[in-house]
Design a protein around this ligand. Structure first.
Ligand code: ACO
Length: 356
């Protein structure tokens, strides 16, 4: 039986809740699991020299790429995506039926309709959760992460699977040396889930995402034929207009400018200085683009995670592949800040800032 406390009794020190320095931060969103998959077949620059008018020296010097992975005959975009997804789910410690949403950033899905996400959902055994593709080319993963962050943060979803996947080798013109040497196939995935109140109070999780598009630059990088503007025809086939066309230097200039500005937007929105960043996991398009962004932001290249030499440009898959590898190598530690930025066809670009 408890003793009644008179109003005149002094309060016992342990019965008074400690004053809160500030109101608790609303739980946010964080990446709770990562995974990636790349096809087995490695195609080196030297091997490409046999079929394309190029050289290992040119590709290495202009891009930093030494080799790329090419999907096996019969291997599908949704196969690669599903494998990366299974690995991300295992790392998150959740099962596919716990997913509330699947977002697949891709411009090289199995077929124009239905979405690649629908096939992925079926392959991993996630039932009935909304699943859709997102067309933002190389920026597809950052766009997907931004959407997942909003759904989880508002409580509309608990677990969102975000995949970046491309099977570009089947939509490249292998006679066009200005494009075919740059790209590779692969998939990366993350699971986004809620932060605990403790993590939110410690400022951990996804701190900011920013996404942009400038449609005036669309002609710089596109697949002009095979859509409703130029329906598939013998002429489209003959002129190879169903394959990737690119004005490389226009894309290069836009990439340097906008990757830097999107990164600055991310840092400014949370009051962080570039010097305080631990890691930059940027879209792996070209080592010279990364070096130029490093110069502009005054962040040394030693803080950029780079794996372009192994995979080439895997478009929307490049950031989640790099992130998964950086984590597996123990590079990214709890409490560290990680900046991500990507740019691709659209022109669409964006950034994400995370405290791990
Ligand atoms: N092998 C050998 N020579 C080549 C090759 C090749 N694969 N490709 C082009 N060349 C030649 C050109 O014909 C040209 O020859 P010329 O001087 O006799 O006319 C010469 O090399 C120089 O060509 P440039 O186009 O000026 O080379 P540049 O230094 O601009 O590099 C590149 C080209 C690598 C495509 C560069 O512009 C680039 O990386 N752009 C960004 C594109 C990109 O990353 N796109 C991916 C999608 S978007 C994204 O991920 C950001």
């Amino acid at each position: 039986m408890s003793t009644p406390v008179s109003k005149s009794d002094p309060p016992k020190s342990d019965s008074v809740p400690p004053p809160r320095a500030q109101a608790p931060v609303k739980p946010g969103a964080k990446i709770i699991g990562t995974g990636h998959y790349t096809p087995e077949r490695v195609v080196s620059n030297v091997e490409l020299e046999k079929t394309v008018d190029t050289s290992d020296a040119w590709i290495t010097e202009r891009t930093g790429i030494k080799e790329r992975r090419i999907a096996a005959k019969g291997e599908l975009t949704s196969d690669m995506a599903a494998e990366a997804a299974r690995r991300a789910l295992a790392s998150a410690g959740i099962t596919a039926d716990q997913l509330d949403m699947i977002i697949v950033g891709t411009i090289s899905g199995d077929m124009p309709m239905p979405s690649c996400a629908a096939f992925v959902q079926q392959k991993i055994g996630a039932k009935h959760c909304p699943s859709f593709d997102l067309s933002a080319a190389c920026a597809g993963f950052i766009y997907g992460l931004s959407i997942a962050d909003k759904f989880v943060r508002t409580g509309a979803a608990r677990y969102v699977l975000v995949i970046g996947v491309e099977l570009l080798s089947r939509i490249l013109n292998w006679e066009d040396r200005t494009t075919c040497v740059l790209f590779g196939d692969g998939a990366g995935a993350v699971v986004v889930g809620p932060t605990t109140e403790e993590e939110a109070n410690a400022g951990r999780g996804i701190l900011a995402t920013h996404i942009f598009t400038d449609g005036a630059l669309a002609p710089a990088l596109l697949i002009p034929g095979g859509g409703s503007r130029e329906p598939f025809s013998a002429e489209v086939l003959e002129k190879k207009r169903h394959l990737v066309h690119m004005a490389g230097q226009d894309v290069f200039k836009a990439a340097v400018r906008y990757l830097a500005s999107a990164s600055r937007a991310a840092l400014a929105s949370v009051g962080l200085d570039a010097k305080e960043l631990d890691w930059v996991v940027a879209h792996q398009a070209n080592i010279r683009i990364l070096e130029a962004v490093s110069n502009r932001l005054e962040i040394p290249m030693s803080r950029f995670y780079v794996n372009i030499h192994k995979y080439g440009n895997t478009s929307s898959a490049s950031i989640p592949i790099a992130l998964d590898e950086a984590l597996a190598e123990g590079k990214i530690q709890e409490g560290q800040t990680v900046l991500m930025c990507a740019l691709g066809a659209g022109i669409s670009w964006g950034s994400a800032l995370i405290r791990w």
